[in-house]
Design a protein around this ligand. Structure first.
Ligand code: SF4
Ligand code: SF4
Length: 177
């Protein structure tokens, strides 16, 4: 987070971005999601970079990891931080001060294109705005609201006379139930 990336022109960098320091929760600091970290010099850097918590060191920002991602996905510009949950979910964490950021272009078309690719391996594009979750599917978006740990998502395909329909269902989480 905040300043950990290379700064050469060919690589994505954190320069000018501190969005993860607002959007992500930091357990070691009891920092909730969607609130600026008190250690953040907003838009510049982490003020305790050398001593930042382990979860900040371990944070995998997709924008930094994937140099093929278009520059408009820089979180300071898109107001969205991309992460991955296991192999099955690309997570889009939206700044709640710009709740519709994911619906705007060119972002929405990117998300739809990614959902078509993801569906081939039964994985999902999950958009988080505050407590609310929406799954972007190839043929529609499914609003799930606040999904607690008692539930987990299951990707569903159905053959219909019109072709394949995609859906996501909530089922009991065997780990918590
Ligand atoms: S959101 Fe990504 S690019 Fe922005 S500061 Fe955090 S790690 Fe760097
Ligand atoms: S400790 Fe530093 S890197 Fe971690 S969230 Fe706060 S400002 Fe960001």
């Amino acid at each position: 987070m905040s300043g950990s990336a290379p700064t050469t022109a060919q690589h994505h960098s954190c320069d000018g971005c501190t969005m993860c320091c607002k959007i992500m929760g930091i357990a070691e600091l009891s920092k909730p999601r969607n609130q600026w970290c008190p250690n953040c010099d907003v838009g510049k850097a982490c003020k305790i970079y050398a001593e930042r918590p382990q979860s900040c060191r371990d944070f995998d920002c997709i924008y930094l990891l994937d140099d093929t991602l278009a520059e408009h996905w820089k979180p300071s510009r898109s107001r969205m931080v991309l992460t991955r949950y296991q192999a099955a979910r690309l997570c889009v964490h939206v700044d709640p001060d710009r709740p519709d950021a994911w619906r705007k272009e060119p972002y929405y078309s990117d998300l739809k294109a990614w959902s078509r690719i993801a569906a081939q391996s039964r994985s999902m594009i999950a958009v988080y705005v505050g407590e609310n979750l929406t799954i972007v599917l190839p043929d529609r978006d499914k609003f799930l609201g606040n999904v607690n740990a008692d539930k987990q998502m299951r990707f569903v395909t159905r053959s219909t006379p019109k072709g394949v329909e995609y859906d996501v269902e909530l089922v009991d989480n065997p780990v918590t139930s």
